[in-house]
Design a protein around this ligand. Structure first.
Ligand SMILES: Nc1ncnc2c1ncn2[C@@H]1O[C@H](COP(=O)(O)OP(=O)(O)O)[C@@H](O)[C@H]1O
Ligand SMILES: [Mg+2]
Length: 511
């Protein structure tokens, strides 16, 4: 038997109040793509950070090629051949591709053109299509990710770690990434691929290790011999995962109409560019797109949190284009923002106060708040939306992500809105939490509420939405019927057409 490229043996890592890893194991053979699977919070990132020198494990051994290592910094790990592509990229936007690739590791006796040629060679060797002379700020997320990978390859990484790399990619880019990884391991390297998307794991990984609550529950399963439902069961444990019931929508009258809406971002650029859409009662309209294409500015503008440059927003026949948020809520709008602990909830206030925020006016008797009623309302939300809390007086920040989202959605929905705008409502939740929130949204639709749902998870939109709009660079570029559209069709639209290399905006800047 060959010596493993990587062995993490009985890794423990504690943070104040949290045990992130409790005796986790991971063994990666050379020449393989090894998936590390697990739900949010399972301890995946912490475990690989112990390998990449970001953390020192409290207990346990790290071995590379059979030799025990003790990294005191990421630089140590890089020298030992560990390359890591973090969830957030760490590139210098104003530098070129080549400059970023060699940053801190440039050969001394060579000029700019020479470096660009070397980086171009490296890219070609792995089948990347990358222009070494382009500044990074002009690149798509997929292209930036390739620069991160090239950076690791430049430093002769023998083990490449990718932490949830496909979260920022279109479906096509994810397939391309899979091909690049296959090419890397064909040369004898190893890849550790963190994901919670089973289809990717099945399509380009050789083995899978599953983490649950910080520990390894299945090690080095041969992916070809296990099926996805088995992996899913290992990830979630004994929690029953019921499918979300999906009825056929019967759309009625318009609840939300957005007409020729434009919104500028903080830098004065058009984040939303002439968007028109309509959501009728009893339908879920999904907005698909790669993160950062104006989705957030659109929903914030609808909720009144972002000023409008031009165009109109109508909620239930009322023009609310320049109305304050409270008036929009009274007109029938509910908003579940992307940033739950920003505008959505107040982390330091107790659960009760967060639960009653929306009903504040109703609960006021003159200058006095009717606390008994507030208490009752909180109880009702906690019961109906199955929010698990320690006590109602505890600060909201003590709740887990799934329970925060249930409380937020519960609060918004007890107001019986006509139109619910939900931005990434299931992001960061575990599988059971995702299902619960999806079921609530479908229920709401079946009760006649119009739903506008932004999600970066195309599978989620394909499963729930009655119509899917694709947003690219602030514009709606296509509409799809999820019953007939394929992932590939929608993915192509998400990239702004299949001809990504010659997008007009990137051409303009580089010439
Ligand atoms: N730096 C940190 N400080 C405190 N808690 C942390 C830190 N990093 C991770 N955690 C906690 O450790 C647990 C595992 O987190 P993580 O390794 O990020 O999981 P995953 O990557 O599987 O989602 C979570 O409960 C998380 O909140
Ligand atoms: Mg993580």
């Amino acid at each position: 038997m060959t010596v493993p490229a990587v062995e993490l043996d009985g890794i423990w890592k504690r943070f104040p109040g949290v045990i992130a890893n409790s005796g986790a194991n991971l063994t990666v053979r050379p020449g393989t793509v090894h998936a590390v699977l697990g739900e949010n919070g399972a301890g995946k990132t912490t475990l690989v950070n112990c390998l990449a020198g970001v953390y020192r494990p409290d207990e346990g051994a790290v071995r590379l090629g059979g030799r025990e290592m003790s990294f005191s910094s990421p630089a140590n790990a890089i020298t030992a051949g560990i390359g890591m592509v973090h969830q957030e990229f760490r590139l210098v936007p104003t530098f070129t591709v080549a400059e970023n690739v060699v940053l801190g590791a440039a050969p001394r006796v060579i000029d700019q053109g020479g470096i660009e040629a070397l980086v171009a060679d490296l890219a070609a060797r792995f089948g990347f299509d990358a222009d070494p002379g382009r500044p990074v700020w002009q690149l798509s997320m997929g292209e930036r990710q390739r620069v991160e990978i090239l950076k690791a390859l430049w430093r002769e990484a023998n083990v490449l770690i990718l932490d949830e790399p496909t979260a920022v990619l279109t479906p096509q880019e994810a397939v391309e990434l899979g091909e690049v990884l296959r090419r890397m391991v064909a040369e004898g390297r190893s890849v550790i691929f963190i994901s919670h998307k089973l289809d990717e794991v099945v399509s380009f990984c050789d083995e899978a290790t599953v983490l649950r609550s910080g520990a390894t529950v299945a090690a080095s399963l041969p992916v070809a011999e296990v099926d996805a439902s088995e992996l899913a069961k290992l990830m979630v444990g004994d929690v029953a995962v019921e499918p979300v019931p999906v009825a056929v929508a019967m759309p009625g009258d318009p609840t939300l109409t957005v007409d020729a809406l434009s919104v500028r971002d903080a830098r004065g650029l058009l984040a939303v560019d002439d968007v028109s859409l309509e959501v009728r009662s009893g339908e879920i309209v999904g907005i698909a797109g790669v993160a950062g294409n104006g989705q957030r500015a659109l929903t914030d503008a609808i909720a009144g949190l972002e000023p409008v440059e031009s165009g109109t927003i109508t909620v239930m026949q009322h023009d609310v284009t320049s109305a304050p948020p409270q008036r929009r809520f009274r007109a029938g709008l509910a908003y579940v923002p992307e940033d739950r602990l920003g505008v959505g909830l107040a982390p330091k206030l107790p659960v009760t106060e967060n639960a009653m925020m929306r009903a504040y006016r109703k609960l006021r008797r003159g200058p006095i708040i009717a606390w008994d009623d507030a208490d009752q309302l909180t109880d009702q939300i906690i019961r109906e939306f199955e929010v698990k809390i320690g006590s109602k007086g505890a600060p909201l920040a003590s709740l887990s992500g799934g329970n925060l989202q249930r409380l937020l959605l519960g609060r918004e929905l007890t107001g019986e809105p006509d139109i619910l705008v939900a931005s990434q409502p299931t992001r960061g939740l575990d599988v059971a939490g995702v299902r619960a929130i999806q079921r609530l949204i479908v229920q709401q639709r079946d009760n006649g509420t119009g739903v506008l749902m932004v999600s970066e998870d195309l599978d989620e939109l394909l499963a729930l939405a009655d119509r899917i709009l694709v947003m690219v660079e602030g514009r709606i570029v296509g509409e799809f019927d999820p019953r007939v559209a394929t992932r590939a069709d929608i993915g192509a639209a998400m990239m702004g057409g299949s001809d990504r290399g010659t997008r007009p905006d990137t051409e303009e800047v580089s010439s």
